[in-house]
Write a protein that binds this ligand. Sequence first.
Ligand code: AHN
Ligand code: ZN
Length: 325
Amino acid sequence: MRKILIFLFAVIQLSACNHTTRSAQNEDKKVTVPGFSSDSAYRFTQKQVDFGPRVPNTTAHDGCAAYLVAELKRFGAEVIEQKADLTAFDGTVLKSINIIGSFNSKASSRILLFSHWDSRPWADQDPLAGNHKKPVMAANDGASGVGVLLEMARLIGKSQPAVGVDIVFFDSEDYGSPESAKAPNSEDSWCLGTQYWAKNPHIPGYTARFGILLDMVGGKQATFYREQASEYYAANVVNNVWSQAKSLGFGQYFKDQKGGAITDDHIYVNQIIGIPSIDIIQFDPNSKTGFAGYWHTTHDTMENVDKNTLRAIGTTLMHVVYNEK
Ligand code: AHN
Ligand code: ZN
């Protein structure tokens, strides 16, 4: 009899605990989101730029790849370098390197964060025709997204979120056919590293809950609009990111308005590998190109990179990742 009483008491205790206190605690529990350092993200951006233009088949490119791999490893990621010879629109073979850093690789629930790390070989939007054949320094168009993701990697390595995270730096995004090229301006001449990875993921059968692309996320007073392909393939992800940004006080960066439809790395992640993905990309509805005035010019340099914008993006994405259960 005494045994039964003890057993009953234990059951009552357990169920009381399970159904009230503990579950209530779980629901209310606020996750701790590590603070994003914009100084650190800025340094990671500067470091890449210091290599010079990271154009495929150059020593600056290969040096920067080694740097990115070493940093991800230092932060505790499992790193895969996916090397591939990719043929550009003009027949050039690009010795490409996609760099994948995985955290908590055993978790089946994963989030994919990505940016391109290569620099455009031609400043073909430069106001001076004499600059059209010069490479772009790509401080904003390339390095800024990678800088934000490196800072996130540093923080994720120190205290893991509930989900697994894969950070991917895609190569050969910006080798798309220039305006001057007589070659048909094929949309698919862009994003070569991503197209390759989406057809040959680093792990066969790889998938993730959703993906977020960061492209040109460091410009002064940059504005990010709801890009149209992102809305089409992953509207709930756009809603989630834009609403967290707004409640964090970054509404002046994240505009709750429709933006352009942009051919970018997320298109192939959506269409080929089927991971619902969005593009957070600086968009200016009043400019001729839709992008900042220094886009694909020799002026895409560190002077145009602003720590406040890096902080808005990084803080928002840290909240998005750490609030996933
Ligand atoms: C095109 O210019 C077709 N798409 C923009 C993709 C891009 C280039 N993002 C950065 N550089
Ligand atoms: Zn570009």
